[in-house]
Design a protein around this ligand. Sequence first.
Ligand code: AMP
Ligand code: GLY
Length: 426
Amino acid sequence: MKVLVIGSGGREHALCWALAASPLVERLYCAPGNAGIAADAECLAIDAMDFDGIVRACGEHRIDFVVVGPEGPLVAGLVDRLSAARIKAFGPRANAAALEGSKGFTKDLCAKYGIPTARYRRFTDASSAKAFARSMAPPIVVKADGLAAGKGVVIAASHAEADQAIDDILGGRFGAAGAELVVEEFLDGEEVSYFALSDGSDVLPLIAAQDHKRVGDGDTGPNTGGMGAYSPAPVFDAATERRTLDEIIRPTIKAMATEGRPFCGVLFAGLMITREGPKLIEYNVRFGDPECQVIVMRLFSDILPVLLATADGVLRHVDLRWRREAALVVVMAANGYPEQYRKGTPISGLDAAAKAGATVFHAGTMREQGALVANGGRVLNVAALGASIAEAKERAYRGVDAIRWPDGFCRRDIGWRAIARERAKP
Ligand code: AMP
Ligand code: GLY
């Protein structure tokens, strides 16, 4: 089978790495890909939002199946477009991708179907948003409605900060994504990323992971796309998983079908594990990045039949096998990320990292006259398996320390919560 993956990040490298291992994949392509993906797939110089280019490439290369990585093309309707051209694809149609494309849509769905989430209201005008914020005790959460590359959320420590955030968002700081906003209650607890596949009716649970959103050690500094992840997530025990499936995931899949928006693809629930149980922070309609990297490392089954069964509506026939080991990934980013950073800085030592037992997934990398250089904010993902999260961490950092990239940095404490839990165990 000829498969095309859409995207160019660490998530897409992880998907290509897993797909390349499938005996069912005859040829693997990625658009646009990156320097690391080029080792597993043939990269096509087509932007993920260039739908005409993608459809054309599917014809030229006789692609049988397209796997869409990022949310941008899903929300903009790439799967609808491919389906109109009779090309099979993994990922939700635009009307179901609204679960990520509009926070207000998701909040209204939760309210209508009794899915546990933070108390909220939607606004398009600043004075009523501020009045509602004033009725709540800080911290208060203010969110741009649309896609804002993970930057559209402000946790305001005071009413004055909430006012400022409301003015910023409605004042156009996030463009059209901020024409509307959500003001919601702050949820206290530990965050978990949980993943499940759905073919529109059936649900196949995957596994949970935990991400580290802040840029600095000890979870300090500004939010990023994610600086490292691990799986399993010790806070997410079997009882919490059962509640998440019964109270959040299955009711959502059922609600989406009832609303005439069947969800087909991977549903990524950003959860807060509160004292009262799991609550939904937000949905994403794709794999997490860097969570996907640890998920594929723990997946023992061939990934292709699973993704195909999701697209074909036959998930009930699929049974997955997972490795018992833990996986952990450390993100290496360009100095200055998530603010200003330089591109084009040289990177070496990836062979040594592999020799040290790590698997390196590329994100923002490219080749310049044959040499590997940085080409983005998040640049490399150094991952490893281990008998425990502590062991996976040790191996991953051995890989990190083998890499020479003076213009990059990483957090040194990925996994700290889980490792503290492992240590506390008798
Ligand atoms: P989101 O883009 O919705 O994932 O929000 C980004 C981050 O903001 C989340 O990962 C949480 O850390 C935090 N966050 C969002 N909503 C809430 C909430 N209601 N309570 C507490 N933290 C939140
Ligand atoms: N790592 C969080 C995300 O992919 O949205």
